[in-house]
Design a protein around this ligand. Structure first.
Ligand SMILES: Nc1ncnc2c1ncn2[C@@H]1O[C@H](COP(=O)(O)OP(=O)(O)OP(=O)(O)O)[C@@H](O)[C@H]1O
Length: 283
């Protein structure tokens, strides 16, 4: 389990994450929501130490993650894999080699330079690609795939590390609703079948509601909501997202993709300019 105790990150005078204290049991699927700039990415990046906290402690089981350095830190980054909004694949490299690069940390430089991978690893990579429904593209260059396919390859690369935790930083923000659904289904499946803890930042409230057993709402670096989808009342949503600056409530439709396509309520067919500003600020 993760234990975060007063975790803080400042950038100059700005406090991006402000004294976050949380316990996350193994095997949970957690969605982190909040307005743009609320501190979601910084929080996630501190968990695998892409960003160093400058206050508080992060523990995973018996390991103090926030104190790791050198090879212990590299090993933690293997255990705590991450996927990103922009996939971060090597575009001109074929899909299967991209996935095999998930084993890079564990391999010698020489075998990496010559792209020499053991047969067992190659078969495993193909297995994982098959499970994610993209094995037929194994020999294509990553750049030839659609966004949704590339994100599934990125997830395959993360799984190749046999992680204990999978972090996903806005994994569907660049995808159309159908691909967003496929990617979220894949993350949910990994969480349920393998018991891997999944912690994902999401811009869209309805996605968090649909997929995450636990939702953490952040505002100005602080956790202002921690509960289930059912507990996420209109009042809690208001506390997380605030108002549009003119006192109007933020409509849930504005924090929504249409993964679960719903008719737009009349009130948001013609949103006010302030609401549009809020929506694009959080897009
Ligand atoms: N490397 C950095 N240097 C300076 N400021 C930063 C840095 N990273 C983040 N910030 C600031 O910290 C605050 C929180 O940023 P963060 O990216 O964590 O928010 P977020 O909730 O993930 O937003 P978004 O949904 O837009 O990605 C923002 O004000 C941002 O500008």
């Amino acid at each position: 389990m993760f234990k975060l105790d007063g975790v803080t990150r400042k950038f100059g005078l700005l406090t991006a994450v402000d004294g976050v204290t949380l316990d996350i049991p193994d095997g949970q699927m957690v969605g982190v929501i909040g307005r743009s700039g609320a501190g979601k990415s910084t929080l996630l990046r501190m968990l695998n130490r892409l960003v160093d906290p400058n206050g508080g402690r992060i523990l995973f089981r018996d390991t103090e993650v926030s104190a790791l350095s050198g090879s212990a830190l590299r090993s933690w980054r293997r255990d705590c894999a991450m996927v990103f909004q922009q996939f971060n694949l090597v575009p001109r490299l074929d899909v299967v080699s991209n996935v095999l690069h998930g084993t890079l940390n564990a391999r010698s430089t020489l075998s990496t330079v010559f792209n020499l991978f053991p047969k067992a690893d190659i078969l495993r990579a193909i297995d994982i690609l098959e499970r994610l429904g993209v094995a037929e593209h194994a020999m294509k260059r990553a750049e030839a795939l659609s966004g949704g396919q590339q994100q599934r390859v990125a997830i395959a690369r993360a799984l190749m590390q046999s992680p204990k935790v999978l972090l996903a930083d806005e994994p569907i923000a660049s995808l159309d609703p159908l691909n967003a659904k496929i990617v979220m289904d894949a993350l949910k499946d990994i969480n349920e079948r393998e018991g891997i803890t999944v912690i994902t930042n999401l811009h869209t409230l309805d996605t968090a509601r649909t997929y995450c057993e636990r939702i953490i709402g952040m505002s100005q670096g602080r956790v202002v909501f921690d509960g289930t989808a059912n507990e996420l009342t209109a009042e809690a949503v208001r506390e997380i997202y605030g108002t549009d600056g003119e006192g109007n409530e933020i409509s849930e439709a504005i924090t929504s993709t249409s993964i679960t396509a719903r008719p737009m309520p009349a009130a948001v067919v013609s949103p006010s300019p302030a609401m549009l500003r809020t929506a694009s600020a959080s897009a």
